[in-house]
Design a binder for this molecule. Structure first.
Ligand code: FAD
Length: 381
């Protein structure tokens, strides 16, 4: 049996991007249980890049990813477009805008705007429903599938192989390699990368390793027709700073979400009718948006570590087993930095200078922070 250098489990943005970074350095195989890449969280995101979203390590990862996200061109088209975002403070949330304006990480990137200015940008907003508004210019709409396919092409060009309908059902460390069985076929690899999204803990358990306490949380989204007489394409994202709702333009329509985080087992998540109705209701509380029909609904799982910071690093209890998981609601906007960091850990090299990854504290991302114990184990070959 030939031995793969790198066997990546999971064909979402995490798995495909790390495969692209590793493939130039060794034989790389990606196993995906579904019949298409990006079937789960990656294909169900809101595809927004918000640099000031999340805890400090996430902001550093997003900053380090921005140059890549903003430079990628596919057939003459950039994958990211600056849209900006209106950040709203609603009744009952008093103080959140001030806290954001005074946040040292945010200063200079967000300023307060009058409600008149807010309404100029998004005329359907209901003035009486908003307490204060901030304008954050550095928020981008991202072509999420374009990013996934860009990484897939890079991985393929460097020799990586992709197998779909390949669900990993068994993993065992035998001597100095992993034996990994997917859909009845057993492969052998020096290094396994666990990029299984909502299933990352399940997979580790299957390998006989300790889970990290990752929790998938469902989030629902839907699209509705743009309000009559409005060209919404130039509108920014509208986000409530209390994270109870947001909406944004989406291919000539509007995408809405109630920004919920409902604990879920790993599964093919679906939109609950009640959540869809709640999302419409909450957006209608702040905007004059008649909804006589819904174009599409979906839900996806955002998977969080207990401290809501992603995980990248060697397992403490499994030689040659790398965690790349817990991407929460930030997996697309942090993908370039996370993939390069993961590859540098696997290859034992320093992450590229240009990445600004020096601002990212690798120990804050390591699985060891969640499973105290002996030093992590790396692959022996
Ligand atoms: C509604 C919503 C809005 C979001 N908005 C944003 C946003 O605006 N910006 C942003 O950056 N992020 C956003 N996210 C988060 C982002 O989508 C995720 O962080 C990211 O997609 C996670 O990527 P992943 O590769 O880790 O997971 P996934 O895309 O879920 O990929 C994991 C893959 O592993 C496969 N797998 C699992 N177990 C096995 C097995 N045993 N064998 C083989 N394959 C297996 C699964 O089939 C799956 O395809 C959003 C998410 C949701 C749901």
């Amino acid at each position: 049996m030939a031995t793969w250098d790198f066997l990546v489990i999971g064909g979402g943005i995490a798995g495909v991007s790390v495969a692209a970074e590793l493939a130039p350095y060794g034989r790389t195989l990606v196993l995906e249980q579904e019949s298409a890449l990006g079937y789960h969280a990656t294909g169900r995101s809101a595809a927004i890049v918000v640099p000031n979203y999340g805890a400090p390590p996430l902001r550093a990862l997003t900053q380090a990813s921005l140059p890549t996200l903003l430079e990628i061109e596919v057939e003459g088209h950039l994958l990211a477009h600056r849209k900006g975002s209106l950040m709203l403070e609603l009744p009952g949330q008093e103080g959140v805008l001030q806290a954001s304006l005074e946040d040292p990480d945010r200063q200079g990137r967000m300023h307060e705007v009058t409600l008149d200015e807010a309404l100029q940008r998004v005329p359907i907003l209901r003035r009486e429903a908003i307490v204060r508004a901030g304008w954050e210019p550095d928020v981008w709409a991202l072509d999420a599938d374009g990013l996934l396919q860009w990484y897939r092409r890079r991985a393929r060009a460097a020799g990586a192989e992709f197998r779909l309908n390949a669900k990993v059902t068994a993993l065992e460390r035998v001597g100095d390699v992993w034996q990994v069985t997917a859909s009845g076929v057993t492969e052998q690899a020096v290094t396994v990368v666990n990029a299984a999204g909502a299933w990352a803990d399940t997979l580790a358990t299957r390998a006989g390793l300790r889970p990290l306490g990752l929790q998938p949380k469902r989030r629902t989204a839907l699209t509705v027709p743009a309000p009559t007489g409005h060209d919404v394409q130039g509108w920014p994202a509208v986000i409530d700073l209390g994270e109870t709702r947001y909406f944004k333009p989406d291919a000539g329509a509007l995408m809405l979400s109630l920004a919920e985080e409902t604990d879920s087992p790993p599964c093919d998540a679906w939109a609950d009718d009640e959540d869809v109705a709640t999302a419409v209701d909450r957006v209608q509380q702040i905007a004059d948006l008649p909804v006589d029909r819904v174009i599409s609904t979906w839900a996806g799982l955002r998977t969080f570590a207990p401290d809501r910071v992603p995980v990248v690093g060697w397992a403490r209890d499994g030689e040659g087993f790398l965690w790349l998981a817990g991407h929460g609601g930030y997996g697309l906007q942090t993908a370039p930095a996370m993939a390069q960091l993961a590859a540098s850990i696997v290859l034992g090299t320093a992450p590229p200078e240009a990445l600004g990854i020096a601002r990212v504290d690798a120990t804050a991302l390591s699985p060891g922070r969640l499973t105290p114990g002996p030093e992590p184990l790396r692959a022996s070959a």
